[in-house]
Design a binder for this molecule. Structure first.
Ligand code: F6R
Length: 608
């Protein structure tokens, strides 16, 4: 998730690009750059925020009325000046800005290097201008079309060629791109926010669209090169609404991004229906065979993703596995040696306790795998192998989409390791892949019913004094995360508890003023949790059950039942967490709280 802007018209492009980038800085902020076509095609870029770029531009003012700009949130290659966009083609006659991930960039790069090309950056993006240049014979649109035919992955791109001074070519696939229409000028941006100060007339490109934009015209083509029309919409949002994509809070926006996040987390990791984790290719079978224990260490929500990991690891790898809170792990003198595999999970990659746990693990000889969102962060740099979750920048303090991506990536890694150890049959792998591919749609179907959750919350949670989230196995892992979400943003006391453990104490607390969120999606233990729900009902607690589609008998037991789509039990947490996130969100919203910045909490906890 980065920000893209583009301008073509009669005005000076540079101030418009910089203004647009400032509106998009919330999408990415580790480096930025602009390219302007005047007498020459020049690029200025820097590591850091837009204000650093502005300072540099004072020394190199770029003149011209056609330009593109980018604010980056690194996915491939650390945040530095070389990896910042725009990227030149080898001859510097073409420039490109790109959002998304080129899945087959390694193959393409290898091919181009073999043909004698030299690359400058570590990014996946750089293959795009190089390929366009390969195909370029005076028609930029055609060259972009031909390059995109061999590029696999997600992209929103904007491209300029030095020899075509009157044109900007843009394209999208699985990464948003909009065109803003002006009088004798046109704009492009990765989201509407950047365009609103200049125009409210917007065309939203669809997947596969390529557009050739001049200052007077916009011509859009489909993948086959047929000219197509897309509707012009009149957008009435203000700039703040637009940053949040029209959602009231970043948290809600981020929850609604989850279908896309699920897709991105598996990108490049499923090849011909087989699970591959290229980042772990160097783990030999001999090494894997020797592992005798697995740890998942992290804090907060990331720790809860680790609890899911522990269950999956034991089930599939058949190796003793533990999830530990990093702040405890680091002072517990854990028994670790070179046969230990240590997973370190962190959205920010900067959490002090998590880093300390990682360093301790390494010191004792463990091999470490980082599951990290922020590219180039401390955890990412210090682990032996990093697997990025590609959730995009998370702005709300409460972590939502990063959790979804973490759980998915952990599932992918465990499946991959189990396969490497000969512990996952081909048919089980095929089933996992088939189900994974259906998850984005299933997640969307839950979000389409968000109103039902909101209604339940508005009608039920006002006089609640105590909230329990209960579940077994993976549903227990989810109950911990559901309770944390509710606590941190709505300030309602909540506990996540193993469903079978209630009667050993906490059941004493259950009264008609208790709300019990019962998570019963894990098919093998459905009936067991159902019995625990009956125990709660006998004490007149209110029960909202989150269960799998088809488990109709729940309706006669719970006060309200919310169904999540069926999938294999081990993938269920990826989507079953969504209703829990929505419960927390709507509870906080009904109380008028500052949801994106809850009291006493910070997004990145860099002190112990
Ligand atoms: C909860 C939340 C925190 C973080 C925790 C770890 O919504 O956001 O509990 O999960 O502080 O942060 P990272 O993942 O950045 O290490």
């Amino acid at each position: 998730m980065c920000g893209i802007v583009g301008y073509i018209g009669n005005k000076k492009a540079l101030p418009l690009l910089i203004d647009g980038l400032k509106h998009l800085e919330y999408r990415g902020y580790d480096s930025a750059g602009v390219a302007v076509l005047g007498d020459d095609l020049n690029v200025v870029k820097t590591q850091g925020r837009i204000k650093v770029l502005e300072k540099k531009l004072k020394e190199f003012p770029l003149k011209g009325t056609l330009g593109i700009g980018h604010t980056r949130w690194a996915t491939h290659g650390i945040p530095n000046e070389v990896n910042a966009h725009p990227h030149y083609s080898e001859s510097k006659n073409i420039v490109v800005v790109h959002n998304g991930i080129v899945e087959n960039y390694l193959e393409l790069k290898k091919m181009l290097i073999k043909e004698g090309h030299n690359f400058r950056s570590e990014t996946d993006t750089e293959v795009i201008p190089y390929l366009i240049e390969e195909f370029y014979d005076g028609n930029l649109l055609e060259a972009v079309q031909r390059a995109l035919n061999i590029i696999e992955g997600s992209y929103a791109i904007a491209v300029i060629a030095k020899s075509e001074k009157d044109k900007l070519v843009v394209a999208r696939n699985d990464s948003p791109l909009v065109i803003g229409l002006g009088k004798n000028e046109n704009f492009v941006a990765s989201d509407i926010t950047a365009l609103l100060p200049y125009t409210h007339k917007i065309i939203t490109l669809e997947n596969g669209d390529i557009a050739e934009i001049t200052k007077k015209e916009v011509n859009i083509y489909d993948k086959q090169g047929n000219k197509i029309e897309r509707p012009v919409q009149s957008i009435q949002w203000n700039a703040e609404d637009a940053q949040k994509g029209g959602f009231k809070h970043f948290m809600l926006k981020e929850i609604f991004e989850e279908p896309h996040v699920i897709k991105e987390a598996m990108r490049g990791r499923i090849k011909n229906d087989s699970i591959e984790i290229p980042e772990l290719k160097n783990l030999s079978k001999d090494y894997l065979k020797n592992i005798n224990q697995v740890f998942f260490v992290a804090c907060g929500t990331a720790y809860h993703a680790g609890v899911v990991g522990k269950y999956l690891s034991e089930k599939y790898l058949k190796i003793p596995s533990k999830a530990e809170v990093a702040s405890e792990f680091r002072y517990s003198d854990p028994v670790i040696d070179d046969k230990t595999l240590l997973f370190v999970i962190s959205q920010s990659g900067e959490t002090a306790d998590t880093l300390a746990a990682l360093r301790l693990g390494k010191e004792k000889g463990a091999k470490t795998i980082g599951i990290v969102n922020v590219v180039g962060s401390s955890v990412a740099r210090e682990v032996d192998n990093v697997v990025y979750v590609h959730a995009g920048p998370e702005i709300a303090v409460a972590s939502t989409k990063a959790y979804v991506a973490q759980v998915e990536v952990i599932g992918l890694i465990i499946s991959y390791l189990a396969k490497s150890l000969g512990k996952l049959s081909e048919s089980s792998e095929r089933t996992i892949v088939k189900e994974l591919k259906m998850l984005p749609e299933k997640a969307q179907s839950i979000l389409d019913r968000a109103d039902a959750i909101a209604e339940f919350v508005y009608n039920t949670t006002k006089n609640i004094e105590e909230t329990f989230y209960i579940g077994r196995n993976l549903d227990y892992a989810l109950s911990l995360e559901g309770a944390l979400k509710l606590k941190e943003i709505s300030y309602v006391h909540a506990e996540g508890y193993p469903a079978g453990e209630l009667k050993h104490g906490p059941l004493a607390l259950v009264t008609p003023k208790s709300l019990i969120i019962a998570i019963d999606t894990y098919a093998p233990l459905y009936k067991k949790t159902l019995s625990n729900i009956k125990e709660v009902k006998a004490r007149k607690g209110k029960v909202l059950a989150i269960t799998r589609k088809g488990y109709k008998d729940m309706e006669s037991v719970a006060d309200k039942t919310f169904y999540v789509p069926e999938t294999i039990p081990d993938l269920s947490p990826i989507i079953s967490v969504i209703p829990l996130q929505l419960i927390a969100y709507y509870t906080a919203e009904s109380r008028g709280l500052d949801i994106d910045k809850p009291r006493n909490l910070a997004k990145s906890v860099t002190v112990e």
